[in-house]
Design a protein around this ligand. Sequence first.
Ligand code: CP3
Length: 353
Amino acid sequence: GASRPAAGWRDRPGDPSPFLAACRGERGSWTPVWFMRQAGRSLPEYRRVREGVPMLESCARPDLVVEITMQPVRRYGVDAAIFYSDIVVPLKAIGLDLDIVQGVGPVIAEPIRTAADVERLRPLEPDDVAYVTEAVRGLVGQLGATPLIGFAGAPFTLASYLVEGGPSKDHARTKALMLGEPAVWAALMERLAGISAAFLQVQVDAGARAVQLFDSWAGVLPRRMYAEHVAPWSAQVLARLEGQVPRIHFGVGTGELLADMAGAGADVMGVDFRVPLDEAARRVGAERPLQGNLDSAVVLAPWPVVEREARRVLGEARELPGHIFNLGHGVLPASDPDVLARLVELVHTETAR
Ligand code: CP3
């Protein structure tokens, strides 16, 4: 539509956001920082707001979404906000019976395992998630110059929840479907790619200035399975957003997949805690900005350790065209918010130019 940003987010030097500068492959005023799962149970103010409100209900209430998304921005001084929602929100919005169970994760009442099951997945329309549009608009007003990152689950990670019926360690049913029923798998991935892209588009149309595609569990796949049965649909999602806003692509344990994931077309690659950023750059190509990758557990160690490890990450990122400092996965619930605030300050002062 006419309200979408003109092509060429790359061609706006002088943008005051260090985060957007890094996405363009520039070294801005300092190395920008944000944390995956920066909102949530590590914050007492989050626990207070969420008291008695189920997770998915909180995602459908724009007042709560705005407040919870703003909490880590206020507290940490991060360079970007991440929209408070969940990867299963669009699946709930098209009518699937699912819930997020505390301490467990998403649980699906009737798992999707056959061609007939796949038919239950209808396309996501913007009206299905009007509360997302409302919350993003409210946030853009409050955030000012700080960009909002929209996000979605990538087709594989969404498929894994739908096929397994909930969280899984081995993702065995998902792999079995992928290999044993490739046509059913392809149909499932096709529909999920449409839903994932539509969810991102809603957020961008409402004012999100970057997106992250979370393929959190892709790291369970060997390279050939990823390349054949996953990458084409992630590429489809990313292509739908091309030229609108910078696109970040991230998964856990994806060291062996980084080159293939990079091939799916994101502007920035997220790197988990296992692969040093200089090595990651060799795998994805030296021209691509990277995001990452301090091990989330380091934050629980004494400050001198946090400081040493953060400096190591910054050192490994020295040659990158652009670097967004982040954790190697999400903030752990036991993290001390004061340590995270101090970490943001450290990265900013170490890299200010
Ligand atoms: O990063 C943020 O702060 C923004 C909010 C956000 C949530 N989920 C809120 C949430 C984001 C970006 C997500 C994405 C998400 N959800 C992913 C991809 C990111 C990743 O961690 O790899 C995945 C795999 C999910 C699915 C999911 N939702 C899991 C595995 C869990 C944890 C279950 C548990 O309770 O341990 C959730 C629940 C969830 N999503 C919570 C939050 C704040 C915790 C629920 C609560 O506070 O009651």
